[in-house]
Design a protein around this ligand. Structure first.
Ligand code: 4AD
Ligand code: MG
Length: 477
């Protein structure tokens, strides 16, 4: 049987006057007469009006929040406030009951912590419905962006023998019996006996393979899951997250910054152009939420205006060295308010990034040319011998949203880097060969998908923008 979605019923004006069949879930039921139904197709509910006098009392009792329902009736102009159409129900069927004494999602405000424990049901709330529709829209827009610009999507491996970022935060993949592992003569685990005949892990990044693709197809991008066993229980880290990694041949660090900035602006604009119903809901939610927070924790501008701000203003571009100078001249530095004192050569702390982005510039900032010592082996060495052609993009409220670099394309320099980083050449021989055969300037970056979704939804905890978060000590659902 042909059914109509809520989104179709409220947006296709030619449906008015038709008898439609609609399936969904009861959000509220009031005055024994008005059922608000949502089916996930839009944040909006449709009102279905029943004539309770003609309905069996036992059937009426089954119209509870959360129940699955099918209604058949005429779509007519609504007399009530808040909607322009409603369904005059001729016939309805409860497809699946939701016992009000047990169903956890009642029509009242639930805390985010409570809803995280109910992750199997939380997508049925307005907030999570909006978040996951926006998540989909961003995924779609990302493919659109690259397809329109001649990039090819590349599927890079999830099980890998290399540690692209060199941070050693990897999850081991093995079929060995952990209670009885094969050992070699020296008493170490004999990985030659393992499934792949070597040590393997879940990938932390598809970049190294994406580089191989870029040096053949010119412009490629990956969009895949990545895994990091960092034991950091923060609002911005997941152990399993999704990353988008474009890689472009014949592009230098400036081309890379331009691409990254244009890409983020496109995505913000896409959300504004295509997701306004959900954005308006999330914007209002944030405004209401902030009224309960102390002044200093409030955003200066709210969600929709933040998105507009990003599309309309150029990102600030500074070097790491300049950033350190700004920090050393800052009030919190002079008043010794930083927990870690900023110092040239040390990695920048969250509090430093927040100062630069939220207090000093009050806009997205691209920081480039970091010291080589705390960046990855593949980043191109600058002429000064101390810094590399790296770039991070920092967003207000999010911190680092993108990390990238120009890649070291000179074989001799790269081999030296491998030595410095204790990467045996035989582990990355295939990577090194691209520098031996037809090497060229090339660059790329990684966008953390969940951090992007945080930005476009205004959600403040990364656990609330992925359906089933994976964090230390937590892999339920
Ligand atoms: O800065 P990262 O570690 O860079 C790379 O992995 C490079 N291979 C990218 C490249 O040049 N192709 O990670 C890239 C982005 C970060 O800026 C951040 O947005 C996100 O990935 N990210 C995380 N997101 C959620 N949870 C984590 N644990 C994350 N670690 C990084
Ligand atoms: Mg990074």
């Amino acid at each position: 049987m042909k059914t109509t979605t809520v989104n179709e019923a409220i947006t296709i004006s030619s449906l008015q006057g038709d008898t439609i069949t609609l399936n969904g879930w009861v959000r509220t039921f009031r005055s024994n007469r008005f059922i608000a139904i949502n089916d996930g197709s839009t944040i909006k509910n449709i009102q279905a009006v029943i004539d309770f006098e003609s309905v069996d009392e036992n059937e009426l009792k089954r119209i509870n929040t959360g129940a699955a329902i099918k209604v058949i009736g005429k779509l007519v102009e609504s007399q009530g406030k808040g909607q322009h159409v409603e369904i005059q129900v001729a016939e309805f069927t409860i497809l699946g009951d939701a016992n009000p004494d047990e169903y956890p999602l009642q029509p009242k405000k639930h805390s985010m912590e409570f809803l995280r424990e109910k992750a199997h049901l939380r997508m049925r709330t307005n907030t999570f419905g909006a978040v996951f529709r926006l998540r989909h829209a961003m995924s779609f827009a990302i493919h659109n962006y690259f397809n329109d610009r001649g990039f090819y999507q590349m599927h890079t491996p999830i099980v890998t023998g290399s540690d692209a970022e060199g941070a050693g935060e990897m999850f081991r993949v093995t079929t060995m019996d952990l209670n009885n592992v094969d050992k070699d003569e020296d008493g170490n685990v004999d990985t030659t006996k393992d499934f792949f005949g070597k040590e393997t892990n879940l990938t932390v990044s598809g970049q190294l393979e994406a580089e191989l693709g870029a040096l053949a197809l010119g412009k490629v991008y990956t969009f895949g899951p990545t895994f990091r066993a960092e034991n950091s229980n923060t609002t911005r880290h997941l152990a399993e997250f999704w990353m988008i990694e474009p890689e472009v041949a014949f592009a230098d660090i400036i081309d890379n910054m331009n691409l990254a900035e244009d890409f983020l602006k496109y995505l913000a604009q896409y959300a504004l152009d295509n997701c306004m119903d959900d954005l308006e809901f999330l914007h209002e939610r944030e405004v209401k939420d902030e009224k309960t927070k102390p002044q200093i924790e409030r955003n200066e501008i709210n969600l929709i205006d933040r998105l507009k701000f990003v599309t309309a203003n150029n990102f600030e571009r500074i070097t790491y060295t300049e950033a350190i100078k700004i920090l050393e001249n800052s009030k919190p530095y002079k008043k010794k308010k930083f927990k870690y004192m900023p110092e040239w050569g040390a990695d920048m702390q969250t509090e430093h990034e927040r100062y630069l982005v939220e207090k000093h510039f009050k806009k997205p900032v691209i920081i480039s040319d970091y010291p080589a010592s705390f960046k990855a082996f593949y980043m191109r060495q600058n002429e000064d011998g101390k810094t590399v052609a790296a770039m991070d993009i920092l967003f207000p409220g999010i911190g680092e949203i993108i990390g990238g670099s120009q890649r070291e394309e000179r074989l001799d320099v790269l081999k030296e880097k491998c030595k410095d980083f204790n990467i045996p050449e035989e582990h990355v021989w295939w990577y090194l060969e691209t520098r031996k055969f037809g090497t060229c300037v090339h660059s790329g970056f990684g966008l953390g998908f969940e951090r992007l979704v945080m930005f476009v939804t205004g959600m403040t905890n990364i656990r609330d923008v992925i359906p089933f978060p994976r964090t230390p000590k937590s892999a339920e659902f």
